[in-house]
Design a protein around this ligand. Structure first.
Ligand SMILES: C[S@@+](CC[C@H](N)C(=O)[O-])C[C@H]1O[C@@H](n2cnc3c(N)ncnc32)[C@H](O)[C@@H]1O
Length: 202
């Protein structure tokens, strides 16, 4: 993976979840991106985090490891089987069931039911063509000083290639533009893994 990706090696719980994620096609965030999520959760002293796209639990474990010990991760995924595997992965990593609230459903059906201004961090990693909609939901869900983060902001180089016009690539490009132009936000694009776009809501 390279020096930066390997700098913080993953333990057995993360490696196990990573392998399952690859097997079921729920491509996990890379180790350096995971470490960035843990860092953000710790910096924010996060008690409440929303994750859009549980997958098999890699990003969830990294987030939980940065959050306060009494923090609750709300994790949304349309595939109940992925959520079952994610839950198992959290248990493998030593987290009690009360630390995660798994909500099965399509992100854009579930997110409107979550409370405004109640979250410290929102991590987006589900349907790429929905990223602009996730941004709008995240801005509603975050408290002032909260952070939204998007995985796959570089999308294997496709975002930077003007020849690529498929819906996923176009939507990621759009969210990059929206975040840069929004004066309520303090943006940052981290080139870790496949790219982690972060923005703090003032
Ligand atoms: C890239 S994987 C998430 C990987 C996970 N964040 C990790 O790092 O381990 C994307 C997940 O989003 C889910 N998903 C796809 N479209 C969705 C939607 N519209 N609403 C909710 N979940 C969705 C898939 O079932 C899949 O588990």
């Amino acid at each position: 993976l390279g020096f930066a990706e390997d700098y913080l090696p993953e333990d057995e719980a993360l490696l196990g979840a990573r392998q399952l994620g690859r097997e079921v096609g729920a491509s996990p965030i890379g180790p350096a991106g995971g470490a960035a999520l843990r860092f953000l959760a710790a910096l924010l002293d996060a008690r409440t985090v929303v994750e859009i796209g549980s997958g098999c639990g890699v990003s969830g474990i990294w987030l939980l490891r940065g959050m306060r010990p009494d923090g609750v991760l709300t994790s949304v995924d349309v595939e109940p089987e992925n959520q079952r595997l994610a839950r198992q992965a959290y248990a493998q990593a030593g987290f009690g069931t009360s630390r995660a609230r798994m909500i099965a459903g399509r992100a854009l059906d579930v997110l409107p039911r979550l409370t405004d201004g109640a979250y410290d961090l929102v991590f987006c990693d589900a349907a790429k063509h929905e990223y602009p909609d996730y941004l709008a939901e995240a801005l509603r869900l975050l408290r002032p000083g909260g952070v939204v983060a998007f995985d796959n902001a570089l999308w294997s180089g496709k975002v930077a290639d003007p020849g690529r016009q498929d819906p996923d690539t176009v939507a990621i490009r759009e969210v990059l533009r929206l975040v840069r132009e929004d004066e309520r936000l303090v943006p940052m694009l981290l080139p870790v893994g496949d790219g982690l776009l972060c923005a703090l809501k003032r």
